[in-house]
Design a protein around this ligand. Structure first.
Ligand SMILES: Nc1ncnc2c1ncn2[C@@H]1O[C@H](COP(=O)(O)OP(=O)(O)OP(=O)(O)O)[C@@H](O)[C@H]1O
Length: 262
């Protein structure tokens, strides 16, 4: 058996002493798997993603990427293997969209090198794929929230990651753009990219399939196949809200809806 792409073993994290936020997080992902991380506001989803990208050091536990200890890889090695689309971007307003997207190619540059014609081609390819190539000359600070979200996804894709980590990538997108990004995630999965995504919509997990991780109250961690773990009972405990989960024969998947508002 080949080793998993990502292995997270008994990870814990706390910002303040004696105030554990994440506890006992374990899961592993192979090439081409999708993992949706669900949990209420403030439970620690973004913090876990920061640990998975080495931006934050876990208080305990171990993360390996292709068998190598994540914290021992160089910044460049990590950036050639994984890309993060963060929830909040701090952007340099002087950059154009294309210049910003091209920054995703920096892990492949030689020490003094700038973007090559190949880098530009890769950037244009993904801008076209995301349907935003018309924005390429626009200064970043003139973009709408949804446009900026698509640009941030594009920048991560030009990094050509084996592991793509997306923190609420559809929070600012209209339903057509959500469908586009969900479709793109499935295409990337089919080409062998492993994807970790957070969302506030359990339906995104049902659409994407694969595995889920639920950051439950009291630092309880549940993980496994989406249809087994994202049950009405677990999701109601997760969100402390009456919910229904039912199978839609026409959509051929589970649906989650708020219950009791009629
Ligand atoms: N730098 C920090 N110092 C102290 N506490 C922090 C810091 N960053 C985040 N927190 C706290 O840690 C908790 C988890 O935050 P995090 O952003 O990981 O949650 P989240 O699940 O991603 O939330 P949301 O769904 O609202 O984006 C929150 O209570 C947050 O206030």
């Amino acid at each position: 058996m080949s080793e998993p792409l990502l292995c997270v073993n008994n990870l814990s994290y706390q910002y303040q002493a004696n105030q554990p936020l994440l506890k006992g997080i374990s899961f592993q992902l192979d090439r081409g798997e999708i993992f949706t991380l669900l949990g209420p506001n403030g439970i620690g989803k973004s913090t876990l993603l920061r640990c998975l990208t080495n931006l934050t050091n876990p208080t305990a536990g171990k993360i390996t990427l292709q068998g190598a200890n994540l914290s021992r890889l160089s910044h460049r090695q990590r950036a050639q293997r994984m890309a993060l689309v963060p929830q909040n971007y701090q952007v340099n307003a002087d950059l154009s969209v294309l210049e910003y997207v091209l920054m995703g190619r920096i892990p492949y540059h030689s020490f003094f090198g700038g973007p090559s014609p190949d880098d530009c081609q890769i950037a244009i390819h993904w801008l076209q794929k995301l349907g935003i190539v018309a924005l390429k000359a626009r200064p970043l600070n003139t973009l709408s929230g949804g446009q900026m979200q698509l640009v941030a996804i594009t920048r991560a894709l030009v990094q050509n990651p084996q592991l793509l980590i997306l923190d609420e990538p559809m929070a600012a997108l209209d339903i057509r753009r959500q469908a586009q990004v969900l479709g793109l995630i499935k295409q990337l999965q089919a080409s062998g990219v492993t994807i970790i995504i957070t969302s506030h919509l359990p339906n995104h997990a049902f659409i994407l399939g694969g595995k889920v991780g639920l950051l439950m109250p009291n630092q309880t961690w549940l993980t496994g196949l989406v249809d087994k773990i994202a049950t009405a009972k677990n999701l109601q405990i997760l969100y402390q809200t009456p919910l229904k989960v039912f199978y839609s024969p026409s959509l051929k998947r589970q649906i989650c809806e708020i219950d009791g508002l009629n």
